[in-house]
Structure formats: C-alpha cells, structure tokens
Design a protein around this ligand. Sequence first.
Ligand code: F6R
Length: 246
Amino acid sequence: MTVQRVVCGTQADVARRAAAQIAELIAPNPRAVLGLATGSTPEGTYAELVRLHRDEGLRFAQVTTFNLDEYWRLPAQHEQSYRRFMEERLFSAIDIPQDQTHVLDGMAADAAAECAAFEAKITECGGVDLWLLGIGSNGHIAFNEPGSAGDSRTRLVDLTPETIAANSDGRFFDDPADVPRQALTAGIGTIRDARRVLLLATGAGKAPAVTRALDGPIDADCPASWLQDHRDCAFYLDTEAASTAR
Ligand code: F6R
C-alpha cells in the first residue's frame, strides 16, 4: 500500500489530470459519491470539470458530493463560506441537484448532531468513492490540524494560528481577525474510509508538507501521513510540490 506519486508538471496539468480521474470515475458510474475540498488547489480541477460538463457532456445529475469542511458560525451565504465557494466554482455550473450536495452547516444549532448526521449520510450513500484533498503547509488535511488522530471522525475543531494566517493572505479573507476560529471538519478516519483518495498539491510552499507526508513517519505531527497506509491513495503534484520528495 504505497501512495502513488504522480508528478504532473504544471499546476494546470495537475488540474487536467485530476479532473480526468473524476470523469473516468463518474462516466461509467453515474451514481458515484465524490468527496470534495475547497481552497486554491482544486480550483483548476473544478474549472476543468465545468468545461467537461459544458463541452463534452460529462453528467453529474446522479452524483452525490460531500465536502470536507465548513467554517463554524459562518452562514452559507457568507462570501467566504465553503458552501458559497462550491456553488460558485462548481455546483451552479453543472447539472447536480442541490440536495445531492452535502456541505456541513456552520450555523447548525448543535455541532455534534450536525457532524453525526454528516457521517450517517455518507454511510447511507454507500461511502465515498473518491475523496479529493488539498494539503496545508503544516500537513493538515481538511481541518485536521497536527495532533489529530488517524481514526478521528467529523467534529468541531479549533484552527491553528498558521491556518488562520494562511487563509487570510488575501486569497480568501484579508484580515486574520475575520477568519473564524473554529470549523466543522470530516475526520482523518472519515477521509480514510473513502475507497480512493486523490491529494493535490501545487507550488514550492507545499513541498515540505508533501515530503513529510510521503516519506516521514505515520503520526499525528503530519495528519496527511495517515494516508500512507490507505489502500488506494495517489498524490498528484506539480514539479515544485514534488521537488523535495524521494
Ligand atoms: C479545504 C481544506 C484544506 C485545504 C488546505 C490547502 O477544504 O480542507 O485542508 O485543502 O488548507 O489549501 P489551499 O489549497 O488553499 O492551499
């Protein structure tokens, strides 16, 4: 069970190849269940999926999706909510019915109940066929920050100062004070239950985390290292993100 390393060249190549993997899954299996991520990394992949839908007839009408995470106490309509991100980058531009898209509700009255319902819904849908991930420069996957257990489930977590800073560098929030301090996140165990995991990383800033995840020990210091013993996991990397891995 070694993680497959696919070095794709440029960021655009990563996006094209990741979208092709998703298209290859859902074309013959229209009822596929996808796990999705937000952030800068998958944006190109979503743009390519929209293109495949528009120009090549790739259909999502029966696909079900689950997103990794959502900021706690950010309403879905907020311009930085992950629900809004997904609507703008993907859902509104493809033929997926809204009730087949699942993003945790950051305004839920009861965080634990919201997380339990999310896990139950994944089970009811037969599990996730492919979960698309990014990676934080501290090795986080979803909002599973260093210290998270390999069998963790969906829960309310505190964000680290590093993640708050990364998400307020002007790409998303402009001011660290505006970034929510907590989020609901799928756990590492939730992600590892997916039949296939596809982690994307681009840019030199991700190289140390990628190297640590692939070549370092499997432990809570680097949450992405828990993917090393997944039965079907691939890292799709551009040349820069792959530059220091073995
Ligand atoms: C997003 C998520 C995060 C990001 C990670 C990398 O849903 O769960 O783990 O994948 O922070 O973010 P970017 O792609 O913006 O560098």
